[in-house]
Each structure stands twice: as structure tokens, then as C-alpha cells.
Write a protein that binds this ligand. Structure first.
Ligand code: GLA
Length: 384
């Protein structure tokens, strides 16, 4: 958590509203392996990180709520009890979506005033969307003393994203943001919602993100189409989700479905298996095996699930040629954003310059590096 970000948000709140707010930090997330499996009731291996959204908020006596975004340099006004809030293809849709869900729980809510600041890049696959969903739902839950638990908040955020923002995401991002634990990865079964933590890091290895700087907006990508295709395949086999299908069953009747949908379903089944294999590799400290699983995951996302792009493929292929890099893959929804890379710590300085130069020569722009630490989930910050 970046205490400078919190101080900036706190200072702006004080200048604008004067009183003492409640302070919340809501992290972004990485995902080591298990991509596009969450909405198929499969397995994922994410972690909350030390980059995220800081929010200062309090109850307001005005007739409307005021929310200030430091990053967008914008102020939005809304009536928190307005049942007809509409989505505008704007960052504030995440707030309106959550507010509409809270209206179902609290008949009349007091208005609020808030300042939000972020050090998470938007559209980079680090789930700035879940960070804002979680910040606002966690904040309102505290402010109105509703006593909702973390799982209820995660589900509420997902509903807001699915129904109001229009992205048919799974639960991974909201869950990770809320349940994250310092220096741990989470292995989450998205069907039973059973989860366990795995300690990270390993001595001598780091997870570094390389940002292609290609920005995507999942609502306008083929993300929802992928989900639709997977549901159709599951339905064709009489299953509730791809989680209930195995490779033998899929292969036996593959001629009954379109080749493209077969490939996508196959990717999902293989990726679920890779999460199990990766978990074993981490426990046995087999970094070469873990790295290879990440590379296989990328190739599946590129060739079978088809959610990568030239820039991400170029980064992965360049990165894995470097001797210190054990594994690399695109991360998150895809179509742009970051790669996640497993790297030997003593090789980090050399690899950054080499990759940056190669990327600049090929695409005429600079890629960025983020060194992330695994961190606690959304929490209240106590005033110092
Ligand atoms: C986005 C969604 C998640 C998940 C990933 C892909 O981040 O919000 O629910 O589907 O893409 O793994």
C-alpha cells in the first residue's frame, strides 16, 4: 500500500470537505495462472498487490452525493437513492452499479462525499475495475454499518459489473481484492469458493509485470463472447459449466460443436489442470516446471482462446529467451495490458533494458515494468 497515495487523497478530502473521513485502501491483483477459468467455475491463482485505490469518504448532509476522482480530475454528483441511475460508459459506472445494489439492502441511504485516488494503471489487466468496486462497497458497508461479509461484498461487486457495467466477468478479481493476504497467493475454486493461501515469494525469484501499454476495454472486446461460447459448450453437453466436463467427454463429441468453441473449451479444461500442476510445482519449489506452465498457459490463450495480441505475444517470446526468465504469460482479460513474468532476482536489471529496447524497436513505444508485492485485501486505514 502506498502511504503517499493515501496522504494525497486524505489531504484533498480535508481541503474540500474539512471533516475527518473514513479511509479505505482497495488493491489491484495479479494472477499467476488460471486465466478465463473463473466464469467457467474453474480454478485461479491470483494475489492482491500493493497498488490500488485509496478512498476517503464520509456521510454528507447535502441533497446529493459528491465523488471526486484525483486521477480523472473530475467530480461527479449523484443522488445515492435514485433508482434510475444509468450507465454512461464512464469510470463512475462502477460506483453507480454498486450504489444500485446497496439500494436493495438499505431503503434510504444518507448521501456521501468522497475522494478517490489510484496508482493502478487502467485497462492494464491488474483489475482497477474490481479495486473501485471493492473500495466503494467496502466503504459503504463500513459507513452504514451493514455488517456484510467479504464474500457478500465480492458477489455484490460482481453483480454490479455484470449487470450494470456490462462485462460478464467471474468472481476472481473482487474475491482477490477483498480476501488478499500479504506475501500469499490464493488458490480459489470458483465453483465451491473454497480457497487456500500459498506463501510467496520464493527465495531468489520475483514476479514482475511488463505493461505493453496497449489499453483495452473489456466491455467492447470479445470477452463476453468467450463467456457465451463456453456456456454454450457446457449446455450442449448438458452441464452447468465447463467445470463439470472432462477432456474425454469433450473429445468424444467434438464434431458436434464448432471447431472454434471446441478449442476454447479445451483451453479452459487444460488451464484448470495447469492451476493444480502449478500449485504442486510451487510447493515442491520447482521453478522450471512453474515457468513452463505459465508459458503453456500463454500459448493456450494465444492460439486456442485467442485473447492475446501481437504486443503481448512479442513480449512473451522475447522474455522467455532471456536466461533469467523462467516463465511469462499475458495476464487478465487480455487484448492488451500486462504480461506476468517469473524472473531470477539477480537477472532483473539486465532483462529490463534488453526488453525495453527490443519493444521500442518493434512497436515504436516503451513498455513499462511494475515490481509488485503481494498484499492484504481491501481494508480500513486508521488515521495516524
Ligand atoms: C477479467 C475478469 C475476471 C477474469 C479475467 C480473466 O479480469 O474480470 O473475472 O475472467 O478477466 O481471467
Amino acid at each position: 500500500m502506498d502511504s503517499e497515495l493515501i496522504n494525497i487523497v486524505k489531504a484533498q478530502y480535508k481541503r474540500t470537505f474539512g471533516d475527518r473521513p473514513l479511509l479505505v485502501f482497495s488493491p489491484g491483483r495479479i494472477n499467476l495462472i488460471g486465466e478465463h477459468t473463473d466464469y467457467n467455475n474453474g480454478f485461479v491463482m491470483p494475489a492482491a498487490i500493493d497498488k490500488g485505490i485509496a478512498m476517503a469518504l464520509s456521510v454528507s448532509k447535502e441533497s446529493n452525493s459528491t465523488i471526486i476522482s484525483k486521477n480523472f480530475k473530475e467530480t461527479i454528483e449523484l443522488d445515492i437513492n435514485d433508482k434510475k441511475l444509468e450507465s454512461n460508459n464512464h469510470w463512475s459506472d462502477y460506483i453507480r452499479g454498486v450504489v444500485l445494489e446497496f439500494q436493495k439492502l438499505v431503503p434510504v441511504m444518507p448521501q456521501i462525499k468522497a475522494v478517490i485516488g489510484s496508482d493502478l494503471p487502467i485497462g492494464a489487466g491488474m483489475s482497477s475495475s474490481a479495486a473501485i468496486l471493492n473500495a466503494i462497497s467496502f466503504g459503504l458497508n463500513l459507513l452504514f454499518d451493514l455488517g456484510l461479509d467479504k464474500l457478500e461484498l465480492a458477489r455484490l461487486g460482481r453483480k454490479a459489473e455484470n449487470k450494470f457495467v456490462g462485462v460478464q466477468s467471474g468472481l476472481m478479481d473482487q474475491f482477490t481484492g477483498l480476501f488478499g493476504k500479504k506475501e500469499h497467493l490464493i488458490i480459489l475454486d470458483c465453483q465451491s469458493l473454497d480457497y487456500k493461501f500459498i506463501k510467496w515469494p520464493f527465495n531468489g525469484y520475483s514476479l514482475i509485470l511488463v505493461d505493453s501499454m496497449v489499453r483495452r476495454d473489456l466491455k467492447n472486446s470479445s470477452f463476453n463472447q468467450r463467456k457465451q461460447n463456453c456456456s454454450e459448450v457446457a449446455g450442449h453437453f448438458g452441464k452447468n459449466s465447463l467445470r463439470d466436463l472432462d477432456m474425454i467427454q469433450l473429445d468424444k463429441r467434438k464434431n458436434e460443436i464448432k471447431e472454434e468453441k471446441y478449442r476454447q473449451a479445451r483451453y479452459v479444461l487444460n488451464e484448470n489442470q495447469r492451476v493444480h500442476d502449478a500449485s504442486k510445482a510451487i510447493i515442491n519449489a520447482e521453478m522450471d516446471t512453474l515457468g513452463q506452465l505459465m508459458i503453456d498457459s500463454h500459448h493456450g490463450l494465444k492460439n486456442e482462446y485467442e485473447v492475446s495480441c501481437d504486443q503481448l505475444d512479442f513480449l512473451v517470446e522475447s522474455l522467455i529467451k532471456h536466461k533469467g526468465v523462467k516463465g511469462a504469460r499475458m495476464m487478465g482479460g487480455g487484448f492488451g495490458g500486462c504480461t506476468i513474468n517469473l524472473i531470477k532476482e539477480d537477472e532483473i536489471p539486465g532483462f529490463q533494458i534488453e526488453i525495453q529496447n527490443k519493444y521500442q524497436r518493434r512497436f515504436g513505444k516503451t513498455c513499462h515494468f511494475y515490481d509488485v508485492n503481494l498484499s492484504d485485501g481491501t481494508h480500513q486505514i486508521i488515521h495516524s
